[in-house]
Write a protein that binds this ligand. Sequence first.
Ligand SMILES: Nc1nc2c(ncn2[C@@H]2O[C@H](COP(=O)(O)OP(=O)(O)O)[C@@H](O)[C@H]2O)c(=O)[nH]1
Ligand SMILES: [Mg+2]
Length: 472
Amino acid sequence: MTENVIKVAVVGHTNTGKTSLLRTLTCDQSFGQVTDAPGTTREVISLPVFLDGAPALAWFDTPGLEDSVGLRDWIDGLSDPVKRLDGVERVERFLNDPQARAHFEQESRVLAQVLKSDALLYVVDARENVLAKHRDELHLLQSCGKPVLPILNFVASQQANPQPWIDVFARHAMHIHLSFDTISPPINGQQAMYETLGQLLGARQTVLRALGQQAAIQRCHRLRAAVSLLATLCVTSAACRRRAQDEPDAVVAATGLLEQEVRGYERQFVTDLLKLYQFSEHDFLTHTTGWDGSSWSTDLFDKQTLKALGIDLGKGAAVGGAIGATFDVLTAGLSLGAGTAIGATAGSAWQGLGRWGKDLGAKILGQRELMVGDAALIVLVKRNADLIQALERRGHAAQQPVVLSPKAASGPDRGAKELIRFFNIVRRQSLRLDALGLLRSYGPQRSLTEQAQTVIVQATGLKALLLDELHC
Ligand SMILES: Nc1nc2c(ncn2[C@@H]2O[C@H](COP(=O)(O)OP(=O)(O)O)[C@@H](O)[C@H]2O)c(=O)[nH]1
Ligand SMILES: [Mg+2]
């Protein structure tokens, strides 16, 4: 490791979330071992962070400081007949004593790493009371003469009580701290971490600030990539069509195929999204399991799904107020933009399509054209926008899968009209491209996915997240 690399040791009592913190900070779910059992991390393990491809910082995960009371007694008891010892000298003397090291095997590994590091993160469980052992930990770390940044973990918990901790930090001359729950980290938490460390390590501030900016830019790119994936899902699904002979069995079969195709697009989206966020398939158990422990299906085309989400397109809706999972473009005239009545004959419905529509109308007379209905498309957009938001707020230390609430931030009503207007643009485009024989060769047009991004962001909670990102 080169001299220029900033070395930061992560220390604290066992099970306060040190390994979890590093998983979340580095978006690496596989780092170290995370369990409730004490003493899981027994060796010091390092984890590099790169800036523009070169190693710039190394985190050091350390074992828990288990017997801080005994260790403090030992170290405080050290004396010298000739001179007074300061804190660092005492700790060095302790580390040079093989007998003492053998007695405090785990703690000595921690203190050895602390002395080799440029700064420390001291991780505490903010749900716990401040005990004597914690004060002794703080005293020992203060003795090492390194800048310490206390980290309040578990702050998202109802039982968190950070103030006594903040008070005790101050008593040990630690006047800057950071609240960072490793399971639900703050948005831009990585950037905050580097910038706060920069305040403590003035000489390395430029690099730490650059690391913070790098983290913010990566996050921004990731969010934009996620919105772009969702826009593609939206356009591809709204453009999706099946044609069937105008008889019940054929229509049912074609509807089934249409639904299957769109479910497949959504599954692929979820896979791509999890990969983008460096999560695994275990982090989200698909949209087809129950939400909030309920047992109903959350299939896109199940009317119960729409109802549970409170989706009732009501009178003003494009598809005649029906909670339609799919609909027939020949009978749902409005989607063609011509204001034709529901139940219109194929011929009259197609008049609204203009020159190209007539050709298509003639071609498919006696057939029915099926597309995905507004309600299902709204669910598709909203619930996957909620999934993006959940992943944005999820730490890589989280061990439970994401559970989306039906009452999630993107709410069914918000922006529904704009979304429906947009679905109709896509549907028309899809029909037009088909008439010209282009859809297969070109797929959904790029400009449509760009428009989709704008509409989706306005209609969902993603707007607030993107506003946060305007600076990058
Ligand atoms: N709810 C919650 N659990 C956490 C948090 N941080 C860590 N944990 C859990 O606490 C336990 C100990 O975490 P770990 O990272 O192994 O602690 P370490 O011994 O300090 O490295 C694990 O079960 C973690 O999943 C947190 O912020 N919130
Ligand atoms: Mg650990």
